[in-house]
Design a binder for this molecule. Sequence first.
Ligand SMILES: [Zn+2]
Length: 273
Amino acid sequence: MPELPEVQTVASGLQSVVVGKTVVQVEHDWPKSFPNSLQTVDDHLLGATITNVSRRAKIIRMDLNTGWAILVHLKMTGQLIYNLDIFPDSTTRVIMTFSDGTKLYFNDQRKFGWMILIDQTEIDRLPLIQRLGPEPLNRDFTWQVLRDRAMKHKRTSIKATLLNQSVLAGMGNIYTDEALFLAGIQPARLTATLTDEEFKRLHLHIRSVLQQSIDLGGSSRQNYLAVDGSKGDYLDDPYVYGRQGRQCKVCGSVIEKTKVAQRGTHSCPICQI
Ligand SMILES: [Zn+2]
């Protein structure tokens, strides 16, 4: 599933290609992927110009000059691809055509993702937005904020706590495993057992792995592609994610794969305590 760096890469890519474009046609074949009625599309999307693209957690927001916005969640296999002539294909759920003839494709093989049209004034009231924790790369996300929010979940593993989008937004399986490795913390540890020093390290490495992955264009483990169809490079060289059975890059021990928080979890038995 795309995590914060992948969604940020898509949002940044969209920002550079669709802002200023005017939507003239929308085709969609699957109501769950695009639930709005024809009337709503007619009233608020057709003829509208995209004014800005941003990201909150794993949700992409495209503002329109009609006061409405398009929200997109890529979920497991969603892609937003701009004007690449290998699309549409069998995974394409929505095609948006702009007045200059270019197209934006929302592809989603597994059909868990969605694209919705919504009044901008309603976005902050959506339950899925309201329950989100802070953005880990924002300046006001300090290690104390991480600790205080995490400590509301003392009896769960630190991995489950980090995956909880109400604690902090945008973390998924890959970057949680990577950050816990760099911080030297076993994913299965109960949150309550972490010291302030460990929260400081964890905070530092959550931000560093996310930023490093954004710099590398994200991780393309499965379906994830950037707006121009390119793959991300982060998983070319991870510390632990997907490296079970191989040597730890730091100590040479064998990286283990276990199950924590119902997720496949990668860790080093020596570097992480
Ligand atoms: Zn190690």
